[in-house]
Design a protein around this ligand. Structure first.
Ligand SMILES: Nc1ncnc2c1ncn2[C@@H]1O[C@H](COP(=O)(O)OP(=O)(O)OP(=O)(O)O)[C@@H](O)[C@H]1O
Ligand SMILES: [Mg+2]
Length: 280
């Protein structure tokens, strides 16, 4: 089954109506936990198009099979990475992808908190954003084929979402995963270290580390995910695991998916920290 509709953005177009009048009936009889997830993701992404894109239209396409549902949402606005890049004065639009991955990123702090994309990307099996040739990707498990045709490139922002119709995931599970302690807020994040690495450049400098550390002081627990990173340099490790950690005793800084080589560098930074303390 395939369904599509073009929306003109303007008065009267509201994300909750898009969900209740159009998408919810199109999806039909899916389990409640799956419907709850789609409800969150569709309304968050449509709200983004309304509030942030400055575009005129949103094109929505739904493809449902017995196994899964895929939804594509394409706006003709300014483009998400360009918007973030200019709002945060970043030198590279790939840097916008890294900031987006950390969460709590918003260019409109008065009306928003920067949770929409972080949680949408984690609730689904697969979530991609394409804008002006730059990709943001989040995939649960292994990558599968898409049967929705993808545009080569787009000036605005296109979001691709996919979820198994029989997924056991619940939104509560995912929200709980990123809150820590008895505070039910969004207090925990995972920083994909690889996103600070452009091309074959090794992660060795303090500047690269600082790029990863930007804004992480908004969280209580920060997991640095080294997936896809073979090795790191001494200064890079020292900046995160000694200098920053020492300066922010209230923030828990933890590595995950570290290779033995990466772990060795982290350990060295921690030993140095212990020595600093011992020397006082
Ligand atoms: N369709 C879009 N077009 C242009 N920029 C976008 C679009 N969607 C998101 N953005 C940019 O990405 C940022 C992060 O989006 P996200 O949904 O994660 O947070 P938010 O909308 O700011 O806050 P919340 O979702 O918690 O209300 C936005 O602040 C905005 O700058
Ligand atoms: Mg949003």
């Amino acid at each position: 089954m395939e369904w599509r509709k073009l929306y003109w953005l303007g008065p009267g177009v509201e994300e909750d109506l898009v969900w209740s009048r159009d998408i919810s009936p199109v999806l039909g009889n899916l389990p409640k936990n799956v419907m709850d997830i789609w409800h969150f993701c569709i309304t968050e992404m449509f709200n983004n198009a309304i509030d942030h894109s400055a575009g005129n239209t949103v094109y929505l396409k739904v493809a449902k099979t017995a196994a899964n549902t895929q939804i594509m949402m394409m706006d003709d606005g300014v483009g998400i990475f360009r918007k973030i890049q200019s709002a945060m004065s970043l030198i590279d639009d790939r840097h916008a992808v890294l900031e987006l991955a950390k969460g709590k990123l918003t260019t409109d702090p008065k009306g928003h908190t920067g949770q929409g994309i972080f949680f949408t990307s984690r609730l689904l099996d697969s979530f991609d954003i394409l804008s002006r040739g730059v990709y943001f990707t989040h995939t649960f498990g292994s990558e599968e084929d898409w049967n929705l045709e993808r545009p080569e490139s787009t000036d605005g922002t296109t979001v691709f979402m996919k979820l198994n119709n029989h997924s056991a995931r619940t939104d509560k599970q995912i929200f709980d995963q990123y809150s820590s302690g008895d505070d039910y807020g969004f207090t925990k994040t995972v920083v994909p270290v690889k996103l600070a690495q452009y091309g074959d450049d090794k992660l060795i400098s303090r500047s690269q580390a600082k790029r990863l550390l930007a804004r992480v002081d908004r969280f209580k627990t920060v997991l640095f995910d080294f997936k896809g990173v073979e090795t790191i340099g001494q200064a890079f490790a020292d900046e995160i695991f000694r200098v920053f950690a020492q300066g922010h005793p209230d923030i828990e800084i933890l590595p995950t998916n570290a290779t033995p080589e990466v772990q060795q560098m982290i350990n060295a930074a921690r030993v140095q920290w212990a020595n600093d303390l011992g020397g006082v």
